[in-house]
Design a protein around this ligand. Structure first.
Ligand code: TXA
Ligand code: MG
Length: 339
């Protein structure tokens, strides 16, 4: 098991931060909490350290990393150009769950950007992430701290289970709040495009910019695939099969799967508890009715049911509406057939 250091998000301990910062400066990997999911961090300008991230995750070299920075000023040091739109978004949403893709400067190593001309930048809102960025004075490249194609970690325990000894240190500040990965917006060329839906909705981005943005339905066009190479259809997937069901179909389908001898788990919104058979023979996770609350608990729920060894996880489909876009995106990926 890796070394886990507890750290209080309300008052991050300077000694723990100093230790983590020293590890990063020495080229080692430190997992840390952000407001979205835990990240697997390395000194972003140290190509050898970043290579260790790819090895630890078995991540394809074609999938670029997000670089975390302490503030907009630090972001600009890594960007070839910083368009007015980037400033508007940074002023409004940073620190926060928005990654902004812009043209990169040459000092950003090729390995970080998968050789591409752009870099994704984000100032995270978690007090521990921010304190670590400030203490280390480094830009930190950090993908989600899980092995490639697994569900992203929302606790330090998830990180340890997923990466084991491959990570040198894990800062444990308890569960993350947003629970799904940041929104990724590409400002490197027009049309501006949301490459990955997340906690900040396309409407919020458009409202801030005073312009519409395209939502890249990932994989739907070659262009969007090329622009966000990491967005394979199958992603965020547990071991069990995941299937989405309408609340109307759920009771019959769940019964049927059970009678066919499959072990079944169910994830549903609290208000839809009636989809569960009354005898309670299925492990079920009940999540909050609102999109943010549901997103916050989704990955832990998938992991929990996976650990119980179920064959199938039925998820009762969330409602339509833009606030559910990111959740629907993650569920679609979790339920896509393996590549
Ligand atoms: O919330 C988050 O974004 C978390 C926390 C740790 O910050 N990080 C995260 O990283 O989810 P990762 O590596 O799991 O996902 C990064 C996504 C990938 O889909 C990747 O392809 C895309 O961002 N990306 C990174 N750099 C890019 C670039 N230059 N152009 C287009 N897409 C990029
Ligand atoms: Mg990831």
């Amino acid at each position: 098991m890796p070394r886990l250091l507890q750290i209080d998000p309300a008052a991050p301990d300077e000694i723990a931060l100093g230790l983590a910062a020293a590890q990063l400066a020495a080229g080692r990997l430190v997992a840390f909490p952000t407001e979205t999911v835990y990240g697997l961090g390395a000194h972003a300008l140290d190509a050898a350290a970043v290579a260790r991230i790819f090895a630890a995750k078995s991540r394809p070299a074609t999938n670029p990393l997000i670089v975390h920075v302490a503030d907009e000023f630090a972001a600009r040091q890594l960007a070839e150009e910083w368009p007015p739109a980037a400033h508007l978004l940074a002023a409004r949403f940073w620190p926060g769950p928005l990654s902004i893709v812009v043209r990169r400067r040459a000092l950003v190593p090729d390995i970080v950007t998968a050789g591409g001309p752009t870099v994704a930048l984000r100032v995270p809102a978690h007090p521990v992430a921010l304190a670590l960025l400030r203490k280390s004075g480094l830009p930190i490249a950090a993908p989600s701290a899980n092995r490639s194609l697994e569900v992203s970690p929302t606790t330090a325990q998830h990180v340890a289970q997923s990466l084991g000894e491959a990570v040198d240190l894990v800062l444990d500040a308890g569960p993350t709040t947003a629970g799904i990965e940041s929104t990724v917006i590409d400002l490197s060329e027009r049309p501006w495009r949301v490459l990955r839906p997340g906690p900040i909705t396309p409407a919020q981005v458009a409202e801030c910019l005073g312009e519409t943005v395209v939502v890249g339905s990932i994989g739907s066009t070659q262009r969007s695939t090329a622009r966000s190479p990491g967005m394979q259809a199958r992603h965020y997937a547990p071991r069990a099969l995941v299937a989405c069901l309408s609340a109307a179909d759920a009771p019959a389908t769940i019964e049927q799967a059970h009678r066919a001898g499959r072990s079944v788990g169910v994830i549903h919104r609290r208000c839809e508890a009636m989809v569960l058979p009354a005898d309670g023979k299925f492990p079920a996770v009940s999540l909050p009715d609102d999109a943010a609350g549901f997103a916050s608990g989704l990955y832990a729920a998938l992991r929990e049911l996976d650990e119980q060894g179920v064959d199938v996880i039925f998820v009762v489909e969330p409602p339509d509406g833009e606030e559910w876009l990111a959740v629907r995106d993650r569920l679609a990926r979790a339920s896509a057939p393996p590549l």
